[in-house]
Ligand binder design. Sequence first.
Ligand SMILES: Nc1ncnc2c1ncn2[C@@H]1O[C@H](COP(=O)(O)OP(=O)(O)OP(=O)(O)O)[C@@H](O)[C@H]1O
Ligand SMILES: [Mg+2]
Length: 400
Amino acid sequence: MRVVLYTGKGGVGKTTTSAAHAAWAASRGVRTLVASADSAHSLGDVLGCELGPEPTTVDSTGQLDAVEIDARAETERHWGAIRDYLVALFRHQGIEELVADELALMPGAEELTTLLAVEARSREAGDAEYDLVIVDCAPTDVALRMLTLPEVARGSMRLLLRVQRAVAGVVTPLARSVVGFPLPGSEVFHDAEEVLYRRFGRLLEWVQAESTTTRLVVTAERMVIDEAARTWTDLSLFGLHCDAVVMNRLLPDAAAEEPFFREWLEVQAERRREVESGFAPLPLLPAPLGDDEVVGAEALAAHGALVFGETDPRARLCEAQATRFVRDGEAVEAWLPLPQARPDELDVAKLDERLILTLGSRRRAIPLPRHVARLDLVAARLREGKLRVRFAPYGGAEAS
Ligand SMILES: Nc1ncnc2c1ncn2[C@@H]1O[C@H](COP(=O)(O)OP(=O)(O)OP(=O)(O)O)[C@@H](O)[C@H]1O
Ligand SMILES: [Mg+2]
């Protein structure tokens, strides 16, 4: 099953582009599910119908289903026991119930559960029901948190679990009452383990799979493009593949007949060149500004045809490389694409069996294959958007 996630700055046209891709794919006979992972749902408005948490068929060909996830309900379902424990803990410390409730919501949990739900829905449906799943993500900051959180959260939860297990192992029920604060019960362990090992693991596999790509939606505006560039770097840092940039709301050439629009067109052409060179090798897909809002499956399919042309709706438009390990004699090199990252904001280290990459305020711990984990990190070089990290046997003469 092919999965395409659309993200970009607020208001650039993510929902329109996701729905257009989906409607166009369905019109070409591809069984498609389009899902809104943005809590401010507007997918139903764009498709011109009422949507709910279960997939509904929304076009006349019967090939297009759409779904809007209820983030609150999903969060309650998946984080329930963990949250109840945190609320009890906070309240015990004298924090008011309402505040404790808010605190226990955990930043990012809602976005994360939304994505978990989309993944679960498409897995339940399986390859038998859909060839293509399109996800309309929230604006970039939220979407990034959502896409990178599984890995980050997995790390911190693993630590939390270890501590909790150690405590639970030595503390008897009697002792619990004198510790001074409530200790997590077995249902918390159960939930944490379920979330940690099974669901996050599956979600990570899903977003990092070769068959899953993210597309960045931009308009011809500098701030929008700059944000997309940062998103591209961050997504690459977390092993997610990007395969295209959609430039939305482009004025037609005919607008040049009006002097007022001539300058706009020049700026637009300039931004287009910037994106073409700055985001290479990602292809740029131009999307025209419609003379009206693009609403309803038919109009969306027509808009999709203009944007995606004759390509296969499931095609991966750029074979962006993920992390690769390349053997060089006794040494091994890890190659990672980090488009647009600057050397001065990057820090590379090896800790136990992990490669720790810190890029500005973001950090990723990449588990190393066993044969690489035994080696020493001897050099790291960032050039033309690619990071090369060299590992060699302990005491090797190559340290630099
Ligand atoms: N190519 C286009 N031509 C005409 N109107 C468009 C086009 N793209 C988007 N719009 C309109 O612009 C508005 C915002 O688009 P859309 O909702 O798709 O953006 P979004 O990025 O999903 O926004 P949000 O960040 O709020 O989710 C909508 O009214 C939509 O109909
Ligand atoms: Mg939207």
